[in-house]
Design a protein around this ligand. Structure first.
Ligand SMILES: Nc1ncnc2c1ncn2[C@@H]1O[C@H](COP(=O)(O)OP(=O)(O)O)[C@@H](O)[C@H]1O
Ligand SMILES: [Mg+2]
Length: 288
């Protein structure tokens, strides 16, 4: 998997180097969590790399999004717009199923294989356009499949209700996405708290933790206390490798296990003890 830099300060190390190219990421959070900011930041990073950017807005209009970006200090996006490297698709107030089934494929046919970054902000009105869950799944699945042909996709999703990620509108997009990022935003009390958590990420190692973030003018979303240069130790995997040598097991199993341990770090093992893993491997292959 090729990785692309997310543009979100501190996020790449949490995703083993960045976002997988041609994948679909869903960013979920309440109003004010920073979803539009994150989406803009992601697109802008691609523009800096020479990738094209497509911003599909289903809620705010183009002018609002641009105004917010300029207020954030990102006025360079005006030049990208002038140069037509950044394109806006204003789908606010449209009939979404028609937009997704007819207009989107026409756009994709034009842009196919262009390695752009696509932001869809927010996905929520698409879900609300029909009560039928099968239709919702079909629409979202179709949209993901189409947009992926154009490049790397990032969608935002509004979170409602009290409990984390418990709302019915999050289930289908979370299931269909390759990568799910939760922006936990709590604005109760005097000091609002913001935490970023990677809920899942297909085909990539990723952090399991909740990471505090701030939104800073000029920078956008910045994660706190992420040390990307932290030396990675691999004590647990190398201990397990040593232990494997002393036990008998089928050769193909041993060869495969040894190969699997290449490149693993203590981070991958988390709290797993090598002795315990060995015990379970032996149980699996010898206890029959
Ligand atoms: N120009 C700015 N300078 C500093 N903070 C900003 C700026 N613009 C937005 N923010 C912060 O970002 C928050 C909203 O971000 P936004 O991306 O619009 O959230 P969402 O799309 O999740 O509703 C605001 O509540 C504010 O805290
Ligand atoms: Mg928004």
């Amino acid at each position: 998997m090729r990785k692309i830099r997310s543009g979100i300060y501190g996020l790449n190390p949490l995703l083993d180097g960045g976002v997988n190219e041609n994948s679909t990421t869903v960013v979920i959070g309440r109003s004010g969590a920073g979803k539009t900011t994150l989406a803009t930041q992601f697109i802008r990073r691609g523009l800096q790399e020479g990738q094209e950017g497509v911003f599909v807005s289903l809620d705010e209009n183009k002018e609002q999004i641009i105004r917010e970006a300029v207020e954030m200090g990102w006025s360079d996006i005006l030049e990208y717009l002038d140069d037509e490297l950044l394109v806006f698709i204003d789908a606010s107030g449209r009939e979404f199923s028609n937009f997704i089934r007819k207009e989107l494929p026409a756009f994709v046919a034009d842009w196919k294989g262009s390695n752009a970054r696509i932001a869809i902000d927010p996905l929520t009105p698409v879900l609300w356009s029909t009560k039928d869950l099968y239709e919702q799944r079909d629409l979202i699945g179709y949209m993901f499949k189409q947009t992926r042909k154009v490049g790397t996709v990032l969608c935002t999703l509004e979170e409602h209700g009290q409990a984390d990620l418990a709302g019915p509108e999050t289930v289908i997009p979370m299931y269909l996405a390759d990568c799910v990022i939760h922006l936990k935003f709590n604005s109760d009390g005097a000091d609002p708290s913001r935490l970023l958590k990677i809920v899942k990420c297909r085909n990539s190692r990723h952090s399991q933790g909740a990471h505090a973030y701030e939104i800073v003018r000029g920078l956008g979303i910045v994660l706190e206390d992420v040390d990307g240069r932290k030396p990675t130790t691999s004590k647990a995997p190398s201990q397990l490798r040593q232990m494997l040598l002393t036990r008998s097991m089928p050769k193909n199993v041993r060869d495969h296990l040894e190969k699997s341990l290449d490149g693993l770090t203590d981070e991958d093992f988390r709290s797993l003890k090598p002795e315990r893993v060995l015990e379970m491997i032996l149980q699996e292959y010898q206890g029959v």
